[in-house]
Write a protein that binds this ligand. Structure first.
Ligand code: TAP
Length: 483
């Protein structure tokens, strides 16, 4: 299929004002880190250095936790829910007002297409704050009895794939419930969290309610192991999630873990094929496949596999890979060299194990980190690319003959975060969805998110739910007499 020539349509980056360096956001102010060390954050599409960011050490984490504790005890937990709601509404409104600035900054620091940061990430972030603002004065209805109490100080650690959205998923329910937070963004994507700190100042949020400590894994470890926090909320890899679970075992800390996934996207022979192809493309190429719930395993019924693959390849040939700030771009840059190496290694394992690789023709930029949208056919359950999370724009295609076989293959994974079912029969959707061990099952769609809908995993995808009142309950405890 030929692709139309499009003139470049770059979004202007003049709307963002990136400082040459950033400190830590502690107790309502930007402050220098104790150690004086910093790290660079780069644009993964060009490798241009965007800024130098302070690296928080254990002493800084200690300062941030102390500030959060003071704010919790003296201001935030004692404030009426309706008053806390006003701050959350104000934050939501400011994010909506500054949406373009956030979208451009997210695309610069993360590499995701502006089409996604502008139309998906940032609108969902505002929605998350609006949604939880609405809950702040209704905590009696969460299901924990009358006047449930906040847990205290939450230590929150988030990954690089949806930097601002993961911040919103963590901060909004925590604040609505009366907790204060210390959040560590990922090392490669700290900038939108630091812009969010400015929003907290703009909203006059009381000092210490939100604290942001930038750094790498060691900063995250110092935060989750700090004895002064009451709740750990982590999103990231299963390996780090297991280490955190071990470190909090035997303490009084509550913990929620949102970890990896290897979702099956199941297409039955009665599915509307073109619609399914769109869903498959959205499922695995959205955000370069850096999505925990990505539909990274396509299970297609054998009698329609050939036809579906022809149409899928034709559709993939129209995907535009390149400048994340170009409004025509569908697939942006891989977030880091490290992640690119991981994708390259795992796909090499796919070749070595005998699967057949296919990518559309596309010219990749000379600088930056890029990977062509890729599918592997002839994949079996034993292949590493069918079992391990690639976290990149790579789809493993398997086939099945019967519904039972589809369910058995879909569930044959250590993960259990999400799944997709494509069929015209409502009864089949319900029957299959009920048998899938996945926290979210999408039917005739994929990668849809809503703040009212709980999200989370089974097995090695973690435990606990974010979103909905379940996500709020994870930041609350019942009064003594109600337990
Ligand atoms: P990780 O390496 O686990 O990093 C996640 C966060 O934890 C980062 O902020 C990281 O800091 C920090 N960290 C690293 N080592 C730590 C330690 N020992 N103690 C405390 N914090 C530590 O994952 P990633 O590569 O950033 O993200 C990709 C993974 O996240 C994928 O497996 C994906 O499936 C999963 N993910 C899951 C979800 C949900 S909702 N289930 C959503 C998004 C991503 P640095 O970045 O500075 O190393």
């Amino acid at each position: 299929m030929s692709v139309f020539e499009y003139a470049p349509a770059p979004e202007s980056r003049s709307i963002v004002d990136i400082a040459s360096s950033y400190g830590l956001f502690i107790d309502g102010d930007f402050v220098d880190g104790t150690s004086g060390t910093s790290f660079k954050t780069i644009n993964p599409a060009t490798e241009e250095v965007l800024s130098e960011v302070s690296e928080a050490d254990a002493a800084d984490v200690d300062r941030a936790v102390a500030a959060a504790r003071r704010a919790h005890d003296k201001v935030w937990s004692t404030m009426a829910g309706a008053e806390r709601a006003k701050y959350l509404f104000r934050i939501a409104r400011i994010i909506a007002e500054r949406a373009r600035e956030f979208a451009v900054l997210e695309s610069l620091d993360n590499g995701k297409p502006i089409r996604e940061s502008r139309d998906v990430d940032v609108p969902l972030v505002a929605q998350w704050f609006f949604y939880y603002a609405g809950w702040a004065d209704k905590l009696d209805h969460v299901g924990l009895g009358a006047r449930p109490r906040p847990l205290g100080v939450a230590g929150q650690v988030i990954p690089w794939n949806f930097p601002l959205m993961m911040l919103a998923w963590k901060v909004a329910p925590a604040l609505a419930a009366g907790n204060t937070v210390v959040l560590k963004p990922a090392e490669t994507t700290p900038l939108t969290a630091l812009l969010f700190a400015e929003v907290c100042q703009q909203a006059d949020l009381p000092a210490g309610v939100v604290n942001i400590v930038t750094g790498a894994g060691a900063t995250g470890q110092a935060l989750v192991e700090h004895p002064g926090i009451d709740k750990v909320a982590f999103t990231g890899s299963t390996a780090v999630g297991k280490a955190i679970a071990r470190s909090v075992a035997g303490t009084n800390k509550q913990v929620t873990l949102e970890l990896g996934g290897k979702a099956a996207n199941i297409v039955f022979d009665d599915a509307p094929i073109d619609q399914a192809v769109e869903g498959i493309v959205n499922g695995i190429f959205f955000n370069q496949g850096h999505v925990c719930c990505a539909g990274s395993r396509l299970l297609v019924q054998e009698n329609v596999a050939e036809e579906l693959l022809v149409r899928l390849k034709a559709r993939m040939s129209t995907l535009r890979v390149g400048d994340p700030l170009d409004k025509n771009t569908d697939v942006g840059a891989i977030n880091s060299r490290e992640q690119l190496n991981r994708i390259t290694d795992l796909t090499a394992a796919g070749d070595a194990e005998g699967a057949e690789r296919w990518s559309p023709e596309c010219v990749l930029p000379d600088n930056g980190f890029w990977f062509k949208p890729t599918i592997f056919t002839g994949v079996t359950q034993a292949h590493r690319i069918a079992r391990e999370e690639i976290f990149g724009p790579v789809l493993s295609v398997l086939t099945f003959r019967t519904p039972d076989e589809a369910v058995a293959k879909a569930n044959n994974t250590p993960y259990g975060l999400s799944a997709g079912v494509w069929t015209e029969k409502g009864s089949r959707i319900l029957a299959i969805a009920g048998q899938l061990r996945a926290g979210v099952v999408w039917a005739n769609t994929f990668n849809k998110f809503d703040p009212a809908s709980p999200f989370g995993g089974y097995k090695e995808s973690g435990h606990g739910r974010e979103g909905g009142k379940q996500g709020l309950a994870a930041y609350l405890q019942a009064q003594e007499g109600d337990r």
